[in-house]
Design a protein around this ligand. Structure first.
Ligand code: CAA
Length: 259
């Protein structure tokens, strides 16, 4: 992969993608999103990848869309950029493998919105999150008005989006924006530990659970329950279901194959 602003590596089943534009606090421009799309495509194709962890550096996960790049933009530019952002973020959110945003420092605007596309957000104790777009005379354009209320509820999302004030890790944890807070120096270790637990789980069932949750969130309860029934029953045809239940009955640890 020819990446300019993301460092990518795979360690066992864990793919690490680290935003790497430190002089601009990892601000997200079309080149960064091009890199992110290449990373997501790699993770889709590479069966060895079981979990994707997105991260930044100590000071910033990503401080938002690149304001310099947006400042001169007109309506057409805004459509072009948001078309790209939406496409890449949907592809990330739909990745049929668990994703973790390991957030240290600033996750603002578009940076927070990328983290919202992940299944889990683990925050270092120095993390600062928020959607400050209103202070620039715009609104979140990377899914924030849609994904944030689905995660934290309408009125908390409205407060964060209308006021544009940033919040620290402890408040982010309290409102459910992040799953948990960890000491800054153990962010990588904690994200790895979570990824390793996920890797022990049956991959087909994980994928099914992610599909049921994601599809169910954008439909009625009745349809969501039907989606769940479909994927639940499908899993009865897998080797992992036979192994998981046999292991329980034989009082041993299951050995899942992802089949
Ligand atoms: N875009 C472009 N450049 C950015 C940036 C951004 N979002 N955030 C930081 N930078 C740049 C700064 O301009 C600065 O560059 P120079 O050294 O060349 O001047 C460098 O990164 C370091 O930043 P600061 O000197 O500002 O660092 P700080 O520690 O004093 O402040 C900060 C940190 C509070 C995060 C501040 O940089 C800031 O407020 N950044 C903007 C945050 C923001 O508004 N994000 C939302 C963007 S809009 C958006 O994301 C739209 C969308 O929904 C898609």
């Amino acid at each position: 992969m020819d990446l300019k602003y993301i460092n990518y590596k795979r360690e066992g089943g864990i793919a690490w993608a680290q935003f790497n534009r430190p002089k601009k606090l990892n601000a997200l421009n079309p080149d960064v999103f091009r890199d992110l799309e290449a990373v997501v495509a790699r993770c889709e194709e590479d069966d060895a990848v079981r979990v994707l962890i997105l991260t930044g550096n100590e000071k910033a996960f990503a401080a938002g869309a690149d304001i310099g790049a947006m400042a001169a933009g007109d309506i057409g530019v805004a459509y072009d950029q948001t078309d790209q952002t939406m496409r890449v973020q949907e592809r990330l959110a739909d990745l049929p493998k668990p994703t973790i945003a390991a957030v240290s420092g600033y996750a603002l605007g578009g940076g927070c919105e990328v983290a919202l596309c992940c299944d889990f957000r683990i925050a270092a104790d120095n993390a600062v999150l928020g959607l400050p777009e209103i202070t620039l005379g715009i609104i979140p354009g990377g899914g924030g008005t849609q994904r944030l209320p689905r995660l934290v509820g309408l009125s908390i999302a409205a407060e964060l989006i209308f006021l544009g004030e940033t919040i620290k890790a402890d408040k982010a944890e309290r409102i459910g924006l992040v799953n948990r807070i960890v000491p800054s120096d153990s962010l990588e270790a904690e994200a790895t530990a979570l990824a390793e637990k996920l890797i022990e789980r049956p991959a087909v069932a994980l994928r099914a659970a992610k599909t049921a949750i994601r599809k169910g969130m954008s439909t009625s309860l009745k349809e969501g329950l039907q989606i769940e029934q479909g994927v639940f029953c499908m899993l009865f045809g897998t080797e992992d279901k036979k192994e998981g239940m046999a292991a329980f009955l034989e009082k041993r640890k299951p050995k899942f194959k992802g089949k």
